[in-house]
Design a protein around this ligand. Structure first.
Ligand code: FAD
Length: 398
């Protein structure tokens, strides 16, 4: 690749300096100057230059990887404040299945501070090997240094498949790593399998607003990368004392790029909504008719020791914050009991809760999809049915 500033055209406006996401351009007097060591040849400066004064020539990228060089399945062991996220245990379960099908090892990558002791937890859940980066520099997740060390490790070890949780961290992190190692990434997968003939990972996810399930392949590149939503797979069971290898990795921290500064951690103050981990969820939809309807939902949820969920219609109406939304553009949940009150069960809601063990629907319309799929369908006005359930629960506890 080559890039240059055409001095006869540059008007010294510095638009390219602001446009460069890599901080690779500075003004040298009235002329823009590009630092070629920092430049990633992304073309942002070219697009933003009003004087067409930057010339970029990109070489056609030749893909010449030998797929046979890549083996083993990896899971990124996301942790927050030293606690491994439960999605990791779900990924280890699925990763184990994929690794066994391919006849390779399952490894986990753990990055953090004072974290080494957590490696055995990953081995107990099925990892054969755990790569650990344990350094105070990794105390909080930051995209740049985390992406750099993972990219270095991938380039050295060449895994065939890398799985990450489709969490806020995973979504941001996986895409950066995939771009750096020039491979594909399928986000938000709901099913994974292997084509044994080609060793391609079949990455299935909802597409076109959840109306179809698309199976996506990465046939020409390795590793194959996918993020997977929380609660899509069951957690791997704990096998106490399972044996595995722990590889302690060292990173040269001073050489790691970091364009952000960690200022502090502010805990979510919007209440203790953790619908992803709840065993019982009582959800309200448009059928509540008014925001006050959620008082009834909250009362039932509290009596059952559960959390409050919502359909997007209720969230869009501003009856309840987004953190409660279940579905394609909200959270995926898989509680033991899901109570859907005044929710019709459109596909975008169903993809977020369809794998609940027991579904109880309360709805006026017996023919709506939620009532048709429910384990128990209670037909009628929720404002009559829910107070009666609450009354019965309270009476049974007296
Ligand atoms: P409705 O479909 O209007 O259903 C209301 C139900 O309440 C009806 O079945 C009705 O019979 C019943 N009802 C009315 N009054 C009463 C009463 N008094 N007692 C009992 N029952 C009553 N939706 C989500 O939920 N989550 C998502 O993540 C999501 N993502 C989306 C992403 C995209 C790209 C798109 C296009 C849509 C998405 N949606 C999502 C919206 C989705 O398509 C539906 O519009 C939404 O789920 C409908 O919410 P609802 O069931 O509460 O409302």
């Amino acid at each position: 690749n080559s890039i240059k500033v055409l001095s006869d055209k540059c008007v010294g406006c510095a638009a390219c300096v602001d446009a460069c996401p890599f901080g690779a351009i500075k003004m040298d007097g009235a002329l823009a100057a590009i630092d070629l060591d920092q430049c990633k040849y992304c073309g942002a400066c070219v697009k933003n230059c009003p004087a067409n004064a930057i010339e970029l020539q990109k070489e056609e990228q030749k893909v010449a990887i030998n797929k046979n060089d890549y083996k083993n399945v990896w899971v990124y062991a996301e942790q927050r404040h030293g606690e491994i996220s439960s999605v990791v245990f779900e990924l280890l379960n699925e990763g184990r299945i994929l690794a066994d099908k391919l006849g390779v090892k399952l490894a986990a990558v753990l990055i953090g501070d004072n974290i080494k002791s957590k490696a055995q937890e990953l081995i107990n859940r099925g990892a054969d090997k755990v790569y650990v980066y344990d350094d105070p520099a990794f105390i909080e997740f930051q995209d740049d240094p985390y992406s750099s060390v993972l990219t270095q490790l991938i380039t050295k070890e060449k895994p065939e498949i890398i799985l990450m949780g489709a969490t806020n961290i995973g979504r941001s992190f996986a895409s950066r790593v995939a771009a750096r190692i020039n491979t594909g990434l399928t986000a938000d997968c709901t099913a994974l399998d292997i084509d044994l003939e080609t060793r391609n990972l079949q990455q299935t996810r909802p597409a076109f607003g959840g109306n179809i399930m698309a199976t996506i392949l990465t046939p020409k590149h390795r590793p194959q990368m996918a993020t997977v939503r929380h609660k899509v797979f069951k957690e791997a069971k704990v096998q106490e004392g399972r044996k595995g290898e722990v590889v302690e990795c060292k990173a040269d921290i001073s050489t790691l790029l970091n364009r952000t500064k960690f200022l502090g951690f502010i805990k979510d103050a919007s209440g203790n909504v953790n619908i992803s981990d709840a065993d019982i969820i009582v959800s309200g939809g448009r059928g509540l008719g008014k925001p006050e309807g959620f008082k009834l939902i909250e009362e039932l949820a509290e009596l059952l020791g559960g959390a409050v969920g919502a359909s997007r219609a209720a969230v869009d109406a501003d009856w309840i914050p987004y953190s409660h939304q279940v579905g394609q553009t909200g959270r995926t949940v898989a509680p033991k009991v899901y109570v859907a009150c005044g929710i019709s069960g459109q596909i975008q809601h169903m993809v977020g809760m369809g794998s609940s063990d027991v579904i109880i629907a309360i709805n006026k319309d017996a023919s709506c999809p939620m009532m048709q799929t429910a384990t128990y369908a209670l037909e009628g006005d929720l404002y009559e049915i829910i107070p009666n359930i609450i009354k019965e629960i309270k009476a049974s506890r007296c």
